[in-house]
Design a protein around this ligand. Sequence first.
Ligand SMILES: Cc1cc2nc3c(=O)[nH]c(=O)nc-3n(C[C@H](O)[C@H](O)[C@H](O)COP(=O)(O)OP(=O)(O)OC[C@H]3O[C@@H](n4cnc5c(N)ncnc54)[C@H](O)[C@@H]3O)c2cc1C
Length: 232
Amino acid sequence: MTNSRLRVMSELSLPCAFDPNISLADRSYYGIGGTALFLAHPGTPAELADLLLWNRVYHLPLAIMGKGSNILFSDSFFPGIVISLERMHRMFWISDDELFCEAGADNTSIAEELLTCGRGGGEWLYRLPGHIGSTVRMNARCFGGEISAVTSGILTMNIEGLLRWQTPDEVFHGYKHTSLMDNPEIVIAVLLRFPETRSKEDIKLQMEVYEEERTKKHHFDFPSCGSTCKNN
Ligand SMILES: Cc1cc2nc3c(=O)[nH]c(=O)nc-3n(C[C@H](O)[C@H](O)[C@H](O)COP(=O)(O)OP(=O)(O)OC[C@H]3O[C@@H](n4cnc5c(N)ncnc54)[C@H](O)[C@@H]3O)c2cc1C
């Protein structure tokens, strides 16, 4: 991008909440990354769709981030829009065992919600760094749990701003592989299913065991992207 176009672009106002000239190092677990022209914070799917449509005019490069725990940003300037869905973090039960979570819901908050409701099967999400949208995109797993095993539906938005529900079979393609890696759609929300009832004491105990395991392995001592030796 030429300097004069960049100057014009940097004076634009995005059609949703945003910050200009944001340090990506401050937003990533690694603590590494250059400056991005914009960080956009849409608060609803409609705001996100507006942003994508707006960008059909301006053609700025787009990137999406969750909590930044599995991203290594370049030190170079990013002359585009990094989209964060952190304002879209609502969750609610749509039936006794199905929890609807917006993509920006934190994994630990989901585990805490399951504890409050006495639902087992999601203890492993506790202290797994990340938002649920990216956790689905990565098909994250740990302690014998995998997000594909508890997901019953995935609401995505394509670059045109069109929403569609996808089934787990469409999205999950095995170990740390999803269709979202090949076809860059944005996860907007996820339907998670937890049929098992469990005593709150047992759930809490299990969560504490997992937390201790992570602490013992120094997960939170230094900047990292997780288990870089074992995983891709
Ligand atoms: C200390 C530590 C421990 C970890 N332990 C584990 C572990 O045990 N098991 C494991 O599987 N992983 C682990 N990880 C990796 C990480 O927690 C997971 O991959 C997590 O799901 C990433 O979530 P995030 O919100 O930080 O994603 P980010 O790092 O922000 O993004 C990851 C990817 O998802 C994309 N993305 C983000 N949001 C969306 C969206 N809404 N729609 C589509 N794509 C999107 C991004 O562009 C990027 O490509 C660990 C990481 C750390 C730092």
